[in-house]
Design a protein. Structure first.
Length: 88
């Protein structure tokens, strides 16, 4: 448990997916694409894609499919930064 009693932190990003011609393959039926990463005390991670549990590589594959560079260290919030929030 963090100093303020925090046990987990999360960040969510929502992409507007209304332009179906630019939709990632397999997501054409969604008007929004929601991606969430949670980190829980002890270092466990949880990833959600449109409210469904997924593996980290599925999130990375989605970003790659629309030519987003997930290898940029500032693209995703790194575990150390979330851990700092938890330990506040």
């Amino acid at each position: 448990q963090g100093q303020a009693g925090v046990t987990k932190a999360a960040v969510t990003i929502v992409f507007n997916n209304e332009d179906k011609q630019r939709s990632p393959v397999g997501y054409e039926e969604h008007d929004k694409i929601t991606i969430t990463r949670q980190i829980i005390i002890g270092g466990r991670n949880r990833y959600l894609l449109n409210s469904h549990n997924v593996q980290q590589n599925q999130i990375q594959n989605l970003f790659h499919s629309v030519s987003l560079n997930v290898n940029n260290p500032h693209f995703l919030i790194m575990q150390g930064r979330i851990t700092k929030v938890i330990n506040m």
